[in-house]
Design a protein. Structure first.
Length: 213
């Protein structure tokens, strides 16, 4: 779930940005409106919308064949949130995942599963912050055996994510864990979101993967 109250608010050192032409193309696409962010044109069936960004995380939005206005509104919000989050993951990390996204009004907030599915329910959680957070769950945060092994004590014990958070916050900093979440930079609540925090979230998730997430 995206909103869990605990004292929480990511991971790999920054990798070089991909060539400027790809970044510029992606940025232009994101700014173009409610369309799909992608590096090359794609087609999709009437029941599915296929989305891919510049690198290795891709996502598919499952759509009803004859959507209601409620569904159309949700699809638009989800598409914008996922486009922004996937673009950030692909620009800041080299992580890979094929994700299937669903609109499910019965979900109180949103949730992500290591099987690669994300469900959005509440309109208030159809945001980039939530999308980044749920993508982390599909990659293994709170959902993998590596998470239990390296984060089960309440503090992440992997060397790379630990070194990274100390680079960000000083020599005594640590990545705390609990309830399937981490902090700082876990983006567990809306008030934790900023461009810097979002980039650091992705970097720490990527460092956790290198640690064995």
């Amino acid at each position: 779930m995206s909103a869990r109250r605990a004292p929480m608010p990511t991971g790999r050192t920054p990798i070089p940005w991909r060539n400027k032409a790809v970044v510029a193309t992606l940025a232009a696409t994101l700014l173009a409106g409610p369309g799909i962010a992608q590096a090359t044109p794609q087609t999709a069936s009437a029941s599915q919308e296929q989305v891919s960004a510049a690198a290795t995380i891709t996502w598919t939005l499952e759509r009803a064949s004859n959507p209601t206005q409620d569904q159309l509104t949700a699809y638009d919000l989800i598409t914008k949130a996922m486009n922004a989050a996937v673009a950030r993951y692909n620009n800041v990390s080299d992580l890979g995942k094929a994700i299937t996204v669903r609109y499910d009004p019965g979900v109180p907030t949103a949730d992500g599963n290591i099987n690669g599915t994300i469900r959005f329910g509440n309109r208030g959680y159809m945001t980039e912050r939530t999308a980044l957070h749920e993508i982390a769950h599909t990659i293994g945060v709170g959902t993998s055996s590596g998470w239990s092994r390296l984060g089960g004590s309440g503090t992440w014990t992997g060397a790379q994510a630990t070194a990274l958070v100390r680079q960000f916050d000083g020599s005594s900093a640590k990545v705390s864990t609990g309830g399937g979440h981490f902090w700082p930079y876990g983006l567990n609540y809306d008030n934790e979101f900023s461009n810097t925090a979002a980039d650091r979230h992705v970097q720490i998730v990527a460092a956790m993967v290198r640690d064995g997430l």
